[in-house]
Write a protein that binds this ligand. Structure first.
Ligand code: IFM
Length: 470
């Protein structure tokens, strides 16, 4: 760890993030309907160990305790998502009991002096809408905008920051092409239609919220990456990196900030009919001006098309069959990895932030928030349940130093949210990957802040990274 203390700009927002399906539990309470994740978890073999979110961290019944935890961690903001199926079980009809849960949570946060940051969609589409075609059909985008308006009516007097979508790349490609996330479809054409309808839903929701509340802060969160050629002197590797950058980054950033899809990506996927779902005027809706860009960063990767360098597609390449179909393979670089097998690459975050500022957010005058960053490791609790997670602490420290460097480079970064407040349901990996600042004993639901959580509390309170000795 570096030894110099680093102070962040005044007002830098320190927070932690979660998502509804990963923590709430109470899957069958308060009139909640099934989401695509409830149904996906029932498919044998879809999720490791047959885990599901039925109970998760039981947050639904423990919001008071969890808000106290946030206070103990000195969080200024809490980013959480809303379960659409809890608030509109069929995706269209409001359920007052479900909506009231979030209203109470917002009140508890405000009473604790914590800013609520709402994400409207973190991957859990009501199954009733999937049954009508899901994100592969246009109507889902319209239903999403209506959901946004309903939630704003309930919470807009107290919630001032709204994120439409979390990581639409994951929803579209892992859910509709790779089939390793809900709804488990393996249909690349549907995945590209989903990309467009997710972005359209975002744009329609921004328009609706803007109309209802011109003063609200509105944004979207993207999971962005740094795609490098394994061998910068090899043409195939340059093309591999271009393809991954195209599908992971530019396919989302270009329509949002420039009102157009990147021509090279459209050419790559021309045989899959994406152009057929894009109607005149859609890109104007998608490129409605934003107030913030949320960036989720976990790792970058190096890519090749040379089968000798790496025999199988892996990681990002495997997750995006469109890229894998082009023979793109990820090449491990010998960097240390997290429990997820993700390379630890903090310098990639600095590069990514500079690129965003230069090419997208800077020209548009849009500030950036890191809305997720964190790491899973094999935590080993002591007899008291305490986890001395120095590896996770070092991960946060290194990435926050990268953010600080980007700030010094002139990038307009306004805040940072650790992923995650609690250990939780890590999607296809079940409960065996732990990202929390706070350990959750799933048997007892006891919460115990880890060493990284205690450290993060000091960082948030001092608005600075401590020296190595502190
Ligand atoms: O747990 C997820 C989260 O739901 C979205 N971003 C990545 C995290 C770690 O995989």
């Amino acid at each position: 760890m570096n030894s110099s203390p680093l102070t962040f700009p005044d007002g830098f927002l320190w927070g932690a993030a979660t998502a509804a399906y990963q923590i709430e539990g109470a899957a069958n309470e308060g009139g909640r309907g099934d989401s695509i994740w409830d149904v996906f978890c029932r498919v044998p073999g879809a999720v490791a160990y047959g885990h599901n979110g039925d109970v998760a961290c039981d947050h639904y019944h423990r919001t008071a305790e969890d808000v106290r935890l946030m206070q103990d961690l000195n969080l200024a903001a809490y980013r959480f998502s809303i379960s659409w199926a809890r608030c509109m079980p069929d995706g269209m009809t409001p359920n007052p009991e479900g909506i009231a849960f979030y209203s109470r949570l917002v009140d508890q946060l405000l009473a604790a002096g914590i800013t609520p940051w709402v994400t409207l969609y973190h991957w859990d589409l009501p199954q009733a809408l999937e049954d009508k075609g899901g994100w592969a059909v246009r109507e889902t985008a319209e239903h999403f905008a209506a959901f946004a308006a309903v939630m704003h009516e309930a919470l807009g007097d107290r919630v001032r920051i709204w994120t439409t979508l979390n990581e639409p790349w994951v929803s579209a490609f892992l859910g509709y092409a790779a089939g390793i996330h809900a709804p488990g479809r393996r249909d690349p054409a549907a995945a590209l239609a989903a990309v467009h309808h997710l972005l359209l839903g975002h744009g329609l929701a921004v328009s609706a919220l803007r109309r209802l509340d011109p003063e609200a802060t509105l944004g979207i969160t993207l999971n962005l990456t740094v795609a490098d050629p394994a061998d910068p002197g090899r043409e195939g590797d340059l093309d591999a990196a271009r393809r991954v950058d195209g599908q992971s980054n530019r396919l989302f950033l270009d329509p949002l900030f420039r009102g157009e899809y990147p021509a090279d990506v459209l050419a790559d996927v021309a045989h899959l009919g994406m152009a057929d779902v894009v109607r005149s005027g859609d890109l104007d809706i998608i490129s409605e001006p934003l107030d913030v860009l949320g960036v989720n960063y976990y790792h970058g990767d190096a890519f090749t098309t040379d089968p000798e360098r790496h025999p199988e597609p892996a990681g990002v390449a495997e997750a995006s069959p469109l890229v894998a179909a082009a023979g793109v393979r990820q090449v491990p670089r010998g960097l240390p990895v997290t429990g997820m097998g993700w390379e630890i690459q903090p310098e990639g975050l600095r590069r990514l932030l500079n690129r965003l500022q230069r090419e997208y957010t800077g020209p548009a005058g849009v500030p950036i928030y890191i809305t997720e960053n964190g790491a899973a490791f094999d935590d080993v609790p002591d007899a008291q349940g305490f986890v001395d997670d120095q590896a996770r602490l070092a991960f946060f420290d290194a990435h926050l130093r990268a953010v600080h460097e980007a700030l010094a480079d002139g990038v307009d970064v306004r805040g940072y949210f650790a992923w995650s407040l609690l250990d939780n349901f890590e999607w296809a990996f079940g409960y065996h990957q732990r990202f929390g600042l706070v350990r959750v004993d799933y048997e007892t639901q006891r919460r115990i802040p880890k060493a990284s959580g205690r450290w993060y509390a000091r960082v948030a309170a001092s608005n600075a990274l401590p020296t190595a000795k502190e």
